[in-house]
Design a protein around this ligand. Structure first.
Ligand SMILES: NC(=O)c1ccc[n+]([C@@H]2O[C@H](COP(=O)([O-])OP(=O)(O)OC[C@H]3O[C@@H](n4cnc5c(N)ncnc54)[C@H](OP(=O)(O)O)[C@@H]3O)[C@@H](O)[C@H]2O)c1
Length: 297
């Protein structure tokens, strides 16, 4: 089975490549060979490789910058999934589109179900929501698309929140972290497993909902995550225990993009459907810090 992975240099893309199941041939191209801004590039890649699946994990992920680069974010997050969907519709193959909790406005106050109405607050959220819509419009009639929404990725890769916090603690910086935005941290390992399991079950003709939510169990604020990184990291002796982390309100943080204050995703049904164990985010964080330990030493 051939699987084209976009965004192979990103956090999730790296994990997907690392956790590739037996019997899967991966096609992963750098941006210079597959640029999602180009319709031609998306189409030609499908024609050349005829993948059985595309896992579209690439995205314009800078939520702040997207407010200024609306057209670029729209091209990458909305139009590329559309072009892939059109090409798969014509030449065969399925799409696994990765999406986000930021398609919601956060006003529900309870964990979001996959069927809840979207109402994004930011350009990033809007463009990801449009990407979902295009993919469903084009491919859902033939059951050739699955959307996995996830949130607050944590991993040992790239320059993500966990790594930024560790670097700041090592530089003895005083950290001020938002505590009034609540979400579900998600380890890329857990998410990559869910992606591969979805594809495996679909191949066995299992019926899988077209939209699923995948995140670790437990909820947290950014402050909770930063505090846990500091707490676990100091117990692991990654740094000493003289860190200084203060909770702040979103209104005390200058930001161009509006973010939902409560974007917890209800993913209990997904884990049942995929027969996977949903582990608590703090346990995943411990594993990530353990992996990072060697690069920090
Ligand atoms: N990070 C989160 O907390 C979070 C939360 C919810 C959902 N998600 C979704 O999860 C997915 C994976 O996120 P991530 O954090 O792993 O992303 P990431 O680390 O920011 O990586 C983004 C990837 O997209 C690629 N990319 C961006 N523009 C491209 C273009 N024009 N052509 C080709 N490739 C391009 C990047 O390639 P380069 O290396 O060349 O830049 C990189 O490989 C995304 O769909 C994202 O929307 C993420």
């Amino acid at each position: 089975m051939k699987v084209l992975i976009t965004g192979g240099s990103g956090q999730l893309g790296k994990e997907l490549i690392e956790s590739k199941p037996k019997g899967v041939e991966i096609i992963a191209k750098s941006r210079s060979l597959l640029n999602l801004v180009s319709k031609e590039s998306c189409l030609q890649t499908v024609i050349e490789h005829r993948p059985d699946w595309i896992i579209n994990s690439a995205a314009y992920t800078n939520v702040e910058k997207a407010e200024e680069e609306k057209e670029l974010a729209y091209a990458i997050n909305s139009l590329a999934p559309k072009y892939f969907s059109e090409a798969l519709n014509e030449y065969g193959g399925n799409l696994l589109q990765i999406s986000t909790d930021y398609v919601f406005d956060g006003k529900k106050g309870q964990p979001y179900l996959p069927t809840d109405e979207k109402n994004p607050l930011s350009v990033y959220g809007f463009t990801k929501a449009k990407g979902e819509d295009y993919a469903l419009q084009i491919l859902n009639k033939h059951k050739k698309v699955n959307i996995i929404r996830t949130s607050w990725l944590i991993s040992p890769y790239g320059n993500n929140f966990a790594i930024k916090v560790i670097k700041a603690i090592l530089k003895k910086k005083e950290l001020r972290i938002i505590y009034d935005q609540i979400g579900s941290p998600t380890s890329t390992k857990l998410l990559a497993n869910a992606c591969w399991k979805t594809i495996a079950l679909k191949r066995l003709k299992n019926s899988i909902p077209e939209i699923m939510h995948v995140c670790n169990s437990g909820i947290a604020s950014w402050y909770d995550i930063a505090f846990s990184i500091a707490d676990i990291g100091s117990k692991m002796k990654l740094f000493d225990d003289k860190y200084s982390i203060h909770p702040i309100l979103s209104s005390d943080y200058k930001s161009k993009a509006n973010r939902p204050t409560y974007s917890v995703l209800d993913s209990i049904k997904t884990f049942k459907k995929l027969s996977l164990q949903q582990i608590h985010w703090r346990n995943s964080l411990e594993l990530i810090l353990d992996e990072l330990k060697e690069s920090i030493d």
